[in-house]
Design a protein around this ligand. Structure first.
Ligand SMILES: Nc1ncnc2c1ncn2[C@@H]1O[C@H](COP(=O)(O)OS(=O)(=O)O)[C@@H](OP(=O)(O)O)[C@H]1O
Ligand SMILES: Nc1ncnc2c1ncn2[C@@H]1O[C@H](COP(=O)(O)OP(=O)(O)O)[C@@H](O)[C@H]1O
Length: 393
């Protein structure tokens, strides 16, 4: 009874996809729960600024996107936390509910399959491979299990359904083969859950073609001061991607977003964080569906950009472009007359004047539009998005 009471009062933290995958393997016994284990969960989950409600809490409920608590975890006392401004899971992660989130539930392998004969794959089975399995099929007494090893991001890529369909077709063709998927979360070497499957590996057919990563969705974040050129470059990039006919692309422009998705929000730190997180969430959904989301908010805070990056990387690729045009130039441009108003004290919390812009620590690209014409800026971004492909082709 006391336990139940305590659970009622524990804070609930919704885990991102990669951490949910890690949690499932942890609860199923495919990765261990030693504190020192470098599961992504330890880093993201307990970041204190992101989760102030964890301060002083003895434990935490780990929930899926529907906020269904899947497990209860103990937290190390604040003083024992070794990652600065973070709290760590102190072992003791126990299951509360069966996971029901995410795609292809019936195919997922999340616990050991001791002694089961398996074929390991990292792509669709080729006709040659299927023929090989067929040739030794009759010498194996029980059903064979296909174990398709994939990453959290690949698994949620829309192309994955096609891959699974090929796997299922191959299973039917050979007969008595079950198509299974092992989803490996970020930062965990596949060798660890594989060893813990305790399966009998009949054939390791990995290093085939991996999923078509070039077709995965992407999020491009253009961050910089007002007037730095984010929208101008973003619009041109949108046109270019559409012309290349490589991807469906959308522009989530800072100004538009504030009229619709973030209507009513102001420019305090908190409101800007909410605004950029909303953009990140929508962008990740676009990317999940295989599109490119070009986002052009100022996004002045490193921590919020990092959160957007995490959301984006779970869904596909991510590119941070710092549009680094100096403040003096942005102020000279002042197309909207906002800098003049900010200087005159008519607008408060204005980025670069009375509100900070934290220079990105690790941008993928830095573009100063006083040095780089719009078309060249777009070339640089296209080169990073589609390496090896001729821009404009
Ligand atoms: N106080 C203050 N500070 C900065 N910008 C201001 C402010 N008030 C209004 N504007 C206009 O709003 C646009 C910035 O909104 P963002 O959503 O991109 O900002 S943030 O990412 O949430 O920080 C920004 O548009 P861009 O010029 O396209 O960047 C401004 O036109
Ligand atoms: N190389 C360049 N790249 C982008 N914008 C440029 C460049 N040179 C001049 N500009 C001008 O700078 C202004 C940038 O405004 P905008 O794109 O709305 O910036 P932001 O979206 O960052 O507020 C536009 O008037 C644009 O024509």
């Amino acid at each position: 009874m006391r336990d139940l009471d305590e659970t009622l009062h524990l804070p609930v933290v919704t885990l991102p996809d990669g951490d949910l995958d890690a949690l499932e393997l942890l609860l199923g016994g495919l990765i261990n729960d030693e504190l020192s284990y470098p599961i992504g969960m330890v880093g993201t989950l307990i970041s204190a600024p992101a989760h102030p409600e964890l301060t002083g809490a003895p434990g935490v409920l780990l929930a899926d996107r529907d906020r269904t608590p899947l497990a209860r975890a103990q937290l190390a006392p604040e003083s024992a936390s070794s990652i600065s401004s973070s709290r760590l899971l102190a072992g003791g992660v126990s299951a509360l509910a069966r996971a029901e989130h995410g795609p292809f539930r019936g195919n997922r392998i999340t616990s050991p399959v001791p002694g089961t004969p398996v074929v390991l794959l990292d792509g669709a089975p080729t006709p040659v491979l299927l023929e090989r399995i067929r040739s030794f099929r009759n010498t194996v007494a029980s059903s064979i299990q296909f174990v398709l090893i994939t990453t959290s991001a690949e698994f949620r890529n829309p192309d994955f359904a096609g891959l699974l369909a090929e796997l299922e077709a191959g299973s039917r063709l050979v007969g008595a083969v079950n198509p299974g998927i092992l989803v490996v979360p970020p930062d965990i070497p596949a060798a660890i859950p594989l060893a813990r499957l305790r399966a009998k590996v009949l054939l390791d057919a990995r290093n085939g073609e991996s999923l078509h990563r070039a077709d995965a969705g992407k999020v491009v974040l253009l961050s910089g001061l007002s007037g730095s050129g984010k929208s101008t470059v973003g619009r041109e990039l949108l046109d270019r991607i559409r012309t290349m006919d490589r991807h469906r692309a959308v522009l989530l422009d800072g100004d538009d977003i504030r009229q619709f998705l973030s209507k009513g929000l102001g420019f305090s730190r908190e409101d800007r964080e909410t605004n950029v997180e909303r953009i990140g969430w929508v962008a990740a959904r676009v990317s999940e569906a295989g599109g490119v989301a070009i986002c052009t908010p100022i996004a002045p805070f490193e921590e919020t950009r990092a959160r957007l990056k995490t959301l984006a990387e779970e869904a596909g690729g991510f590119l941070l472009v710092h549009v680094s045009t100096p403040l003096e130039i942005c102020e000279q441009r002042d197309r909207k007359g906002l800098y003049a108003k900010a200087r005159a004290g008519l607008i408060g919390d204005f980025t670069g004047i009375s509100s900070p812009y934290e220079t990105p620590l690790e941008p993928d690209l830095t573009i100063d539009t006083t040095l780089v014409p719009v078309a060249t800026a777009v070339d640089l971004i296209i080169d990073r998005l589609y390496p090896g492909e001729q821009a404009g082709s």
